[in-house]
Design a protein around this ligand. Structure first.
Ligand SMILES: Cc1cc2nc3c(=O)[nH]c(=O)nc-3n(C[C@H](O)[C@H](O)[C@H](O)COP(=O)(O)O)c2cc1C
Length: 385
């Protein structure tokens, strides 16, 4: 990317269709497991997401609301399949926007990884033992009757009629997200959830139009893209999150991702959100990975398809994040856990990169004080770290 002034590329606006965000930093979708069983957003979601918007990100994605009840991962997930859920999302969306960030939603169907325990309760398939907490397991669905991991629930294979109904529900959910006021949409097709299981040969062994060959496995994902695009405002962007590789013998590959991304681009998808893994085990969260380990996927998809990409995964250093955009490896950089650790990460990055040494982009009720505090800190340290 060519820099036109001294603004670091990370802090240049991102413009696409009629959409504009104040910079290229995105809060990655993160389940909070804090909803009640009705799937409605509550005060936690508002406080959590508005706080992240105050932190200075350009786009703040909510966690992934499920498009239908059986698509939830846990009883504490958000939903976007009924009108009350849409009403509950509206104040959250407004709070994000009022703090200057573009509010984004991610559409989710857990497939064979639905009906699980909250992370701190084990993160495994719900079983009868969980009923003491009131968490009764519910039947899960997938392209084929293959459990995500040994001991996990065996999913019910989807009929063709059911597949058509789910595609339709994605479209309805996109319309609902627009009604709630969201400005960006992200379709979750990664991490072993429903769409990913259609793509991977390890989880899709169907012998009909939706399985078997590469073309068969690729049918569902573009159909969802098309249904969403048809219901989502044409001036606003749609992101598509993919697990770019399964990293398992015989699994989905980066070449497959490039082919799919081209097809998604033809169906009106604007940004490929490049994650990886998770078909069976918990993918990107496993330890031992290096900063920006998934950036090469975003770089390859961007180069090979000409589509815009978002990089995500262990991006914590502002200079590195800026270099990803500057070097044209991705158009956007998403942060997840680093934002939980430091909700003001984007504002701190602006400071670290010399973009905002005077705390101008902070809310004035913080920035006015912090600017004057600099002289009082040992050595005049700006960040006060
Ligand atoms: C608490 C938590 C919840 C997450 N929930 C989602 C989710 O709803 N949708 C999704 O696509 N990824 C989800 N992820 C993955 C993140 O969006 C992100 O891709 C991953 O954490 C890697 O980025 P990081 O290293 O910056 O955290 C979640 C991660 C965490 C830590």
């Amino acid at each position: 990317m060519i820099r036109t002034d001294s603004t670091p590329c990370l802090f240049t606006p991102f413009e696409l269709r009629d959409f504009r965000s104040r910079n290229r930093i995105v809060i990655s979708p993160m389940q909070q497991y804090m909803a009640q069983a009705d799937g409605r957003a509550n005060q936690w979601h508002l406080v959590h997401l508005a706080k992240l918007a105050v932190g200075g990100a350009g786009i703040v994605f909510t966690e992934a609301p499920a498009i239908e009840a059986r698509g939830r991962a846990t009883y504490s997930d958000l939903g976007i399949w009924d009108a009350a859920q849409v009403e509950a999302l509206k104040p959250v969306v407004e709070a994000i926007a009022r703090q200057g960030a573009a509010p984004g939603a991610q559409l989710f169907h857990g497939g064979r990884k639905a009906s699980v325990q909250r992370p701190w309760e084990g993160y495994q398939s719900l079983s009868t033992a969980d009923e003491v907490r009131g968490d009764v397991p519910w039947p899960t669905v997938a392209p084929s009757a293959i459990p995500a991991s040994p001991g996990w629930q065996r999913p019910e294979p989807l009929s063709r009629d059911e597949i058509a109904r789910i595609v339709d529900r994605y479209g309805r959910a996109a319309r609902a997200a627009a009604q709630a006021g969201f400005r960006a949409l992200n379709i979750h097709a990664a991490h072993g959830y429903l769409i990913h299981t259609f793509l991977s040969p390890l989880s899709n062994v169907r012998d009909d139009d939706y399985g078997g060959s590469f073309e068969g496995r690729m049918r569902f994902a573009p159909e969802v893209a098309e249904a969403v695009r048809a219901e989502w405002p044409s001036g606003l962007p749609v992101f598509y999150r993919l697990s770019c590789i399964d990293d398992l013998p015989g699994g989905w590959s980066l070449d497959d991702t490039v082919a799919l991304a081209r097809e998604l681009g033809r169906r009106g998808i604007d940004v490929i959100d490049c994650s990886s893994r998770g078909l069976a085990e918990r993918g990107t969260l496993t330890p031992g990975r290096a900063q920006g380990f998934q950036v090469p996927f975003a770089e390859t998809v961007r180069r090979e398809t000409g589509l815009r990409t978002m990089a995500v995964g262990l991006i914590t250093d502002p200079t590195f994040a800026d270099s990803v955009v500057t070097e044209g490896r991705a158009d956007l950089v998403a942060i997840g856990r680093e934002a939980l650790f430091n909700p003001h990460w984007p504002l701190h990055a602006a400071l670290a990169l010399g973009h905002d040494p005077d705390f101008r982009t902070w809310p004035p009720s913080y920035g006015w004080w912090l600017k004057r505090r600099v002289g009082a800190l040992p050595g005049g340290r700006a960040a006060g770290r």
